[in-house]
Design a protein around this ligand. Structure first.
Ligand SMILES: Nc1ncnc2c1ncn2[C@@H]1O[C@H](COP(=O)(O)OP(=O)(O)OP(=O)(O)O)[C@@H](O)[C@H]1O
Ligand SMILES: [Mg+2]
Length: 251
């Protein structure tokens, strides 16, 4: 009886505390700077991205967008600043821990698909999961599931050279998703596509967020995609110069 009398109020308080802790942001970058030789490319970037958010990054050529994305994606290190990613501090990790963190947390989509030419579509999609240590059965099962979701199954055994530009780019997105990353970082993913394929790829990003809850940071020159994002981050000359927040639809 005594124990219950002691713990019952504590339990209640614990639940109250847990329910009042704000959810962690997915990405929190603070005062990120980066120079190449004498050229300062990032001049103190502060950026927070919430879980499940779609953020676009726009700005003129040379503004530092790719450099920022590479740093957020832990492919490059900043000269100074801090980065929290899903509550972890990747800048403090050793190389092998960082590679594992990246493999399970972040998926990358680049302007040019970068599929391996000698492998089939389904092998390309499965590859990061195989590298990440999944069994061949599980990796190919996931790859087939994603290829099906993206309407690519009829092309599963084709090599990249036998695919259309849109199919290649969808395969690249499937490859980025196969390790079930929490975040997709995309650098001009639709830059090499015609307008119909571009619109389809954009729709796919929003479908993925709806169906799988992924968070997206998308560098783009495409005004339609940029405007559809929850927030549009404007960059110029190594700084964030403005943020547009998309009005929430009235329910
Ligand atoms: N590895 C590097 N070494 C030297 N300079 C670099 C390197 N990477 C980028 N830069 C320079 O940093 C600046 C920002 O490059 P970044 O690729 O981030 O621009 P961006 O905003 O992505 O441009 P774009 O829209 O053309 O892709 C550019 O002036 C570029 O020349
Ligand atoms: Mg770029």
């Amino acid at each position: 009886m005594c124990l219950f009398a002691i713990f019952a109020p504590l339990q209640g308080r614990r639940f109250w505390l847990l329910s009042h802790i704000p959810p962690l942001s997915m990405i929190e970058a603070r005062q990120i700077t980066k120079s190449f030789d004498n050229l300062q490319v990032l001049k103190g970037i502060d950026l927070t991205v919430e879980q499940g958010e779609i953020v676009s990054v726009v700005g003129p050529s040379g503004a530092g967008k790719t450099t920022l994305l590479q740093i957020l994606g832990t492919l490059d290190r900043p000269d100074s600043g801090s980065l929290l990613f899903d509550g972890e501090a990747p800048l403090a990790m050793k190389a092998d821990a960082l590679a594992r963190f990246r493999n399970r947390t972040i998926g990358f989509v680049f302007q040019f698909h970068q599929l391996l030419p000698e492998f089939s579509l389904i092998e390309n999609v499965a590859l990061p999961a195989l590298i990440g240590g999944l069994s061949s059965k599980e990796a190919f099962s996931r790859a087939r599931e994603l290829a099906g979701y993206m309407g690519l199954l009829p092309r599963a055994d084709h090599r990249p050279a036998q695919l259309s530009g849109g199919e290649r780019q969808r395969a690249a997105v499937a490859r980025a998703l196969v390790c079930r990353p929490k975040v997709i970082l995309a650098d001009e993913p639709s830059g090499s596509l015609d307008s119909r394929n571009r619109a389809e790829l954009h729709k796919l990003f929003f479908d993925l967020r709806r169906d799988m809850g992924q968070t997206f940071v998308i560098v783009t020159h495409d005004e339609n995609l940029a405007a559809d994002a929850d927030r549009r981050i404007m960059m110029a000359d190594g700084r964030i110069t403005g943020i547009d927040t998309r009005p929430q639809p009235l329910i």
